[in-house]
Design a protein around this ligand. Structure first.
Ligand SMILES: *[C@@H]1O[C@H](CO)[C@@H](O)[C@H](O)[C@H]1NC(C)=O
Ligand SMILES: *[C@@H]1O[C@H](CO)[C@@H](O)[C@H](O)[C@H]1NC(C)=O
Ligand SMILES: *[C@@H]1O[C@H](CO)[C@@H](O)[C@H](O)[C@H]1NC(C)=O
Ligand SMILES: *[C@@H]1O[C@H](CO)[C@@H](O)[C@H](O)[C@H]1NC(C)=O
Ligand SMILES: *[C@@H]1O[C@H](CO)[C@@H](O)[C@H](O)[C@H]1NC(C)=O
Ligand SMILES: *[C@@H]1O[C@H](CO)[C@@H](O)[C@H](O)[C@H]1NC(C)=O
Ligand SMILES: *[C@@H]1O[C@H](CO)[C@@H](O)[C@H](O)[C@H]1NC(C)=O
Ligand SMILES: *[C@@H]1O[C@H](CO)[C@@H](O)[C@H](O)[C@H]1NC(C)=O
Ligand SMILES: *[C@@H]1O[C@H](CO)[C@@H](O)[C@H](O)[C@H]1NC(C)=O
Ligand SMILES: *[C@@H]1O[C@H](CO)[C@@H](O)[C@H](O)[C@H]1NC(C)=O
Ligand SMILES: *[C@@H]1O[C@H](CO)[C@@H](O)[C@H](O)[C@H]1NC(C)=O
Ligand SMILES: *[C@@H]1O[C@H](CO)[C@@H](O)[C@H](O)[C@H]1NC(C)=O
Length: 774
């Protein structure tokens, strides 16, 4: 008996001696080094090259980056290679770092399973393996490490975690993060008995189901309970208990996050007694009932997020007692007036889609820290609350879908903090204040579905940061300023359902990030600029119900667009897939454009030769009308002398004073020249029968300047589908201007020849730049 027991004793002694020997002999700093070298050998990618170059046996491990050694034993106690983008696996040798206290491998791409040898690391207090690609199960060796305080395995793919929570048994654990870790199964009812000291429990974004156990109150030191985005179900009343009443006994709880579950019933009354609570997040459940006055007891509360439930009733007055910074009640059925009494620290107030009524209270101007105000989809009335202009930090303002009316005060344009402004679907009227175009940092502007009128000024381009502009469904008229092309970050632009005229600016082709362009239901004329083919991101384009003509571009995004984009215009042509007639054949186009180009060159070169009557132009005219293209091609400015001989003493070309006084002067020549310019570009003779009464060739052109030139210009000279159209129209417009100045009825008001020549030289330069690329 004794023998046996002393033998046993000896055996025990021997074993422990052996253990002692192996640990003290085998385990020294050299072991640590080989463990770490084994880890290094399991790294397959190390983009920052820190470990692969620095971890070298040339220096002691204690000098390696990421390694901390204990001063007493000179053994590795800390390993931190977080945020290094390392790809690799964990070798079993890691279990030999027997002095390790703290391990941080977070924010890397370590993958595969965690080795069971973790259980050897008896001194570990902190483990952070979050943000990696670990798979498999949580080793029981980790879940039972006896002095562990901090364990973070969040953001991994521990897919096989159905019983993960029931293996934990660590009386010292204070921080357990298993968020986004692929956990399934129930919340074990005895969890708080096995991890009683928990201060933080994060289980968010898993697939846990069942009920939150009542026993949760035994985790009495809990400060953070994060159960968002699971499938917890049940009703809140005590008997059925999913948010059990007992949760109110967590007197130390500061952060309670149980949003995005399937919780029903009303919010347990005990929650309003949790005077330590700073965050209460219960959004996206099916909670019912109203908020009691006792909410005023939660004096530490600064974030209250109850959006997306079925809560109702008036917000209690007592809410003004709180230190709230962040309130979100969106998508419930709350009613009454907007709560903002006394909430001086509020930075976010989101009340969208409820049943709030009345006007925006004046007291809102005392919320000087307000950054986000979102009141859309309620029944708020009254004019635009001008007191909002007194909020110096307001970045987002959403008043969409309410019953507000009147004009937008120009002070809105002084609020340089604004980044997003949504005023859509109200009854706002009058012009958009010009000050609004000063908000150069604004990202999103939605003024759609109001009664804004007036036109858009060139200053729209000041909104250089804008990515979204929606001005649709208003009464906006005038042209689209070509400066839109300067808002280079635009992704979405809608001007649909307005009264916009003029052309689509070619500069739209510079908006290379544009994905949505809606110009439908306006009075836009001209062509779809070919420059839009550059908009590689464009996937929604709508110009239907306008007065466009010419060829629909066929490159870039136009390859994929549906015919609906182009419906109901006056004269679009192109691919039959777009339900439009084919354009005149290519070869004809080609020769047409060749011809046009020739004429332009002729006009351009002859322009500077003019002295007296510009018979060169007239010559070109005649040739064009009566001869073949070849004849035109043969023409050269040198033939000018021939042209000179032609006289045009026909009615209409002659200055009015001829008939009256028989005066012949340089100024009369200028008149005839002007008329000939008009004729050349309009292809209408001054004697055309359309000119009767006050309407003559000159007044006809005069009336169409500057915006309607495209309607009177000779289609052979310039069709609306050519490149650089607006630039060319500008050239024509300046020539027509010149013609106007040459043809005033009073001779002394006409330009003199020297000025005409100077102006022509200028125009010529412009012209040649238009045509260089054609
Ligand atoms: C570590 O122990 C081994 C024997 O197990 C010995 O050879 C080696 O010298 C020791 N290294 C140090 C640094 O003590
Ligand atoms: C590793 O980095 C440490 C600290 O920067 C440095 O002292 C040591 O010399 C480096 N070792 C190697 C081999 O580069
Ligand atoms: C890791 O990758 C991210 C994203 O590519 C990069 O911003 C960061 O600088 C990288 N860190 C290191 C240490 O290379
Ligand atoms: C370290 O661990 C590995 C695997 O767990 C083992 O094979 C090895 O013998 C251990 N000891 C040393 C000194 O590396
Ligand atoms: C890590 O996991 C993510 C998500 O499954 C995957 O997209 C990614 O490719 C993985 N990265 C590596 C380096 O394995
Ligand atoms: C989960 O683990 C068990 C054994 O531990 C294994 O049989 C099963 O295939 C694993 N499932 C997955 C999805 O990894
Ligand atoms: C938890 O560990 C303790 C020892 O630390 C042990 O006594 C107890 O039985 C364990 N509990 C469970 C449920 O495994
Ligand atoms: C709220 O506080 C008052 C005292 O300020 C107290 O009488 C009342 O019981 C508290 N309500 C709750 C629900 O704890
Ligand atoms: C409110 O909390 C106090 C402790 O802070 C507690 O004594 C009291 O019973 C609680 N009241 C309710 C109604 O839960
Ligand atoms: C606002 O916040 C400050 C600092 O967080 C705090 O001291 C102050 O009491 C708060 N005021 C109100 C009215 O909540
Ligand atoms: C909202 O509350 C009112 C009573 O205030 C009720 O008549 C209405 O049906 C509720 N609407 C919804 C969608 O629950
Ligand atoms: C808004 O305008 C529409 C159309 O003019 C009108 O029917 C409606 O009553 C107006 N609403 C308010 C609140 O002014």
């Amino acid at each position: 008996m004794e023998k046996a027991s002393s033998f046993q004793l000896l055996a025990i002694l021997l074993t422990s001696l052996h253990l002692l020997a192996t640990s003290s002999l085998a385990m020294n700093i050299s072991t640590d080094q080989s463990s770490l070298l084994a880890l290094k050998a399991h790294i397959t990618s190390d983009p920052s090259q820190i470990v692969s170059t620095n971890w070298s046996s040339v220096t002691s491990v204690c000098y390696w980056i990421g390694i901390t050694c204990g001063s007493r034993h000179q053994r590795v106690i800390g390993l931190d290679i977080s945020y290094m983008n390392i790809t690799g696996t964990i070798p079993p040798q890691l279990g030999n770092l027997s002095f390790l206290v703290s391990l941080d491998l977070s924010y890397n791409y370590f993958h595969s399973e965690l080795p069971p040898e973790f259980s050897h690391l008896r001194r570990l207090r902190d483990i952070d393996l979050s943000y990696n690609n670990f798979t498999g199960e949580i080793p029981i060796g980790i879940a039972t490490l006896q002095i562990l305080k901090w364990l973070s395995l969040g953001f991994n793919e521990l897919l096989n975690g159905s019983n993960a929570l029931s293996i934990f048994n660590i009386s010292t654990l204070e921080y357990l993060d298993l968020g986004t870790a692929g956990l399934t199964g129930d919340f074990p009812s005895d969890l708080c008995r096995r991890i009683p000291r928990l201060q933080l429990l994060s289980l968010d974004s898993n697939k846990l189901s069942g009920r939150i156990p009542r026993i949760i109150s035994e985790c009495s030191e809990l400060q953070v309970l994060w159960l968002d985005q699971n499938n917890f179900v049940g009703e809140i009343p005590r008997e059925l208990g999913i948010i059990p009443d007992e949760i109110g006994q967590l007197y130390n709880l500061k952060y309670l996050l149980i949003g995005e579950n399937k919780l029903t019933g009303s919010i347990p009354f005990t929650i309003f007694n949790m005077s330590s609570l700073e965050w209460l997040v219960m959004n996206l459940n099916k909670l019912e009932g109203s908020l009691p006055r006792e909410i005023g007891n939660m004096t530490m509360l600064n974030l209250l997020h109850l959006s997306d439930n079925n809560l109702m009733g008036v917000i209690p007055y007592e809410i003004g007692n709180l230190k709230l910074m962040n309130v979100a009640f969106s998508r419930n059925n709350f009613s009454g007036s907007i709560p903002c009494r006394n909430l001086r620290n509020l930075s976010t107030l989101e009340l969208d889609d409820n049943d709030f009524t009345g006007i925006v209270p004046r007291t809102i101007s005392s919320l000087k820290k307000l950054e986000r105000l979102s009141l859309s989809v309620n029944r708020i009335s009254g004019p635009f609350p001008i007191v909002l202009c007194e909020l110096p930090n307001l970045g987002m303002l959403t008043l969409s879908q309410n019953h507000m009316w009147g004009n937008i005060p120009s002070c809105l344009g002084t609020m340089t903090s604004l980044r997003e402004v949504y005023l859509d679907s109200n009854n706002f009227t009058a012009g958009i204040p010009s000050s609004l175009w000063n908000l150069k940092d604004i990202l999103k502007l939605n003024l759609s579905s109001n009664f804004f009128d007036g036109s858009l000024p060139p200053e729209v381009e000041n909104l250089e940061a804008a990515i979204l502009m929606d001005l649709s469904w208003n009464q906006i008229s005038g042209n689209i300023p070509s400066t839109f092309g300067g808002i280079q970050k635009l992704i979405q632009l809608s001007l649909a359902h307005n009264k916009i005229e003029g052309f689509i600016p070619e500069t739209f082709g510079k908006l290379i990030d544009l994905q949505v362009l809606d110009l439908s239901y306006n009075n836009i004329s001209g062509v779809i600029p070919k420059s839009l083919e550059e908009l590689k991101q464009l996937d929604s384009f709508n110009v239907s119900f306008n007065r466009l003509h010419g060829e629909i571009p066929n490159g870039g995004p136009f390859v994929h667009l549906s015919y609906k984009s182009f419906m109901s215009n006056e004269g679009l042509c192109g691919n039959p897939q777009n339900h439009v007639p084919a354009c005149p054949s290519n070869s004809k186009n080609h020769s047409n454009s060749k011809k046009r180009r020739l004429i332009w060159i002729v006009v351009a070169s002859s322009l500077i030769i003019v002295i007296g009557i510009t018979s060169a132009i007239v010559f070109v005219l005649m040739r064009r009308r009566h001869k073949t293209i070849n004849a035109e091609e043969e023409w050269s400015p040198e033939e000018e002398s021939i042209a000179h001989t032609t006289t045009f003493a026909t009615i209409g070309y002659i200055a009015p004073e001829y008939g009256l006084e028989g005066l012949i002067s340089k100024r009369s020549d200028v008149y005839s020249y002007g008329i000939m310019l008009l004729e050349t570009f309009t292809r209408k003779k001054p004697s055309d029968e359309m000119f009767t009464g006050d309407l003559n060739l000159r007044s006809c052109v005069h009336n169409s300047l500057p915006d309607e030139l495209d309607q009177i210009i000779d289609a052979d000279l310039l069709t609306l589908d050519e490149e650089n159209l607006s630039q060319k129209l500008q050239c024509v417009s300046s020539i027509m201007d010149l013609a106007m100045k040459c043809t005033t009825n009073i001779p002394v008001e006409r330009m003199n020849t020297t000025d005409v020549i100077a102006a022509l030289k200028k125009i010529k330069r412009k012209l040649s730049s238009c045509y260089r690329t054609t």
